[in-house]
Design a protein around this ligand. Structure first.
Ligand code: UT7
Length: 345
């Protein structure tokens, strides 16, 4: 039986920091409100020369270096994003233009649930024997679509990218179970209207160039609290494990209260939940792989640890999975190197 071990990880966020104090000067809000309702203190936002592509490429380079591979070793690039730099071509091809190589390259669109969905897709290509090494990236630059006069959304989102390298092994490592779901009927609770091919009223509705993200926060909150816990619990059961077997929860970083509810559902204390939303806010498809890369770089993940990855967002879509950490059984041609995983592009 083949599995898809995670052998490399990386992350990148823009250098520009947007603090709660900055937002206090932009909209009618307060640091106290933002921290108590969300847990977010600051987020990173792209500058004029940063892009989904530049962040993705930086995270991918770290992940490949960590795995001891270069781009010519990679068979497939899968990028999860809802903010590609262009419609045509795929974000994955734009990343490939930066990195080189001849790997297959395509995108996955599942908004904030995108990375966990892409991890499932990439893992399947390895499990079936179709490919041996897959680069999976989650990246978004939602700040480009946030309305910085709308206090109910502009406080939440930041930009970033995270990446992992998957490699074939006969040992049970990598994704052991997957739970994917969506409720398309609820799509208007979190979406960017007017950014697509079918926009007959665009000119009238959006005289400015860019449409903006719109969200019904309370509805999304209600949905998220239920679906995070339920799908995480389902992923644990599908992997044939119990909550006591889970070493670390790596949740989508949207709201501390939503994360706490998911952790309670799995019976996990705070120290076994990786949280970084205070520093990055909600980075959409990048949030889970950034958290994973940080946890790995901090030495918080040990060989054979069972991790629960769980995310929710626009769609409304959700995705969860159990990952067994470690590289046992991976055939290495080049020894892996320790790479400083960190911020900045
Ligand atoms: O990847 C998925 C992305 N989306 C999410 O995860 C969103 C999930 N939802 C949430 O995280 C929360 O619903 C929010 C953080 C967005 C909002 O928190 P809430 O506790 O649900 O607040 P609310 O929407 O019920 O608003 C409560 C009050 C309202 O005032 P009134 O009507 O009670 O007078 C809002 O106008 O808070 C007001 N408010 C704010 N006040 C200060 C909304 N945004 C702000 C703000 N600063 N930034």
């Amino acid at each position: 039986m083949r599995y898809a071990a995670i052998t490399g990880w990386g992350m990148a966020v823009p250098e520009r920091v947007l603090t709660n104090a900055d937002l206090e000067r932009m909209v009618d809000t307060s640091d106290e409100w933002i921290v108590s309702r969300t847990g977010i203190r600051e987020r990173r936002v792209v500058g004029p020369n940063d892009s989904t592509t530049s962040l993705s490429a930086a995270a991918a380079r770290q992940a490949m270096a960590q795995a001891g591979l270069d781009i010519d070793d990679i068979d497939l690039i899968v990028v999860a994003t809802c903010t590609p730099d262009q419609f045509l071509v795929s974000e994955a091809c734009l990343v490939q233009a930066e990195l080189g190589g001849r790997a297959g390259a395509f995108d996955i669109g599942a908004a904030c649930a995108g990375f966990v969905s892409a991890l499932a897709v990439g893992s399947q290509f390895i499990q079936t024997g179709a490919h041996d090494r897959v680069l999976v990236i989650g990246a978004d630059t939602l700040s480009r679509f946030v309305d910085y006069t709308d206090r109910s959304t502009c406080i939440l989102f930041g930009d970033g990218a995270g990446a992992v390298v998957l490699e074939a092994t006969e040992q049970p490592r990598g994704l052991l179970s997957t739970v994917l779901g969506a409720d398309g009927a609820g799509y208007k609770h979190l979406y960017i209207p007017g950014w697509g091919a079918f926009v007959p009223e665009t000119a009238e509705l959006f005289p400015e160039y860019r449409p903006h993200l719109q969200m019904n926060g309370r509805e999304v909150f209600r949905f998220a609290v239920n679906v995070m816990g339920d799908s995480a619990a389902e992923a644990v059961a599908k992997a044939g494990l119990s909550f006591a077997d889970i070493d670390m929860l790596i949740p989508h970083q949207a709201n501390q209260r939503i994360i706490d509810a998911a952790a309670r559902r799995l019976g996990l204390p705070r120290e076994r939940v990786w949280v970084n939303l205070d520093r990055y806010g909600n980075t959409s498809a990048a949030s889970v792989p950034i958290a994973l890369a940080e946890a790995a770089a901090a030495g918080a993940l040990q060989e054979e640890d069972n991790l629960v990855l769980v995310a929710f967002g626009g769609g409304l879509a959700w995705a969860a999975g159990v990952v067994r950490w470690g590289v046992a059984g991976v055939a290495r041609r080049v020894p892996a190197v320790e790479v400083a995983v960190g911020a900045g592009v």
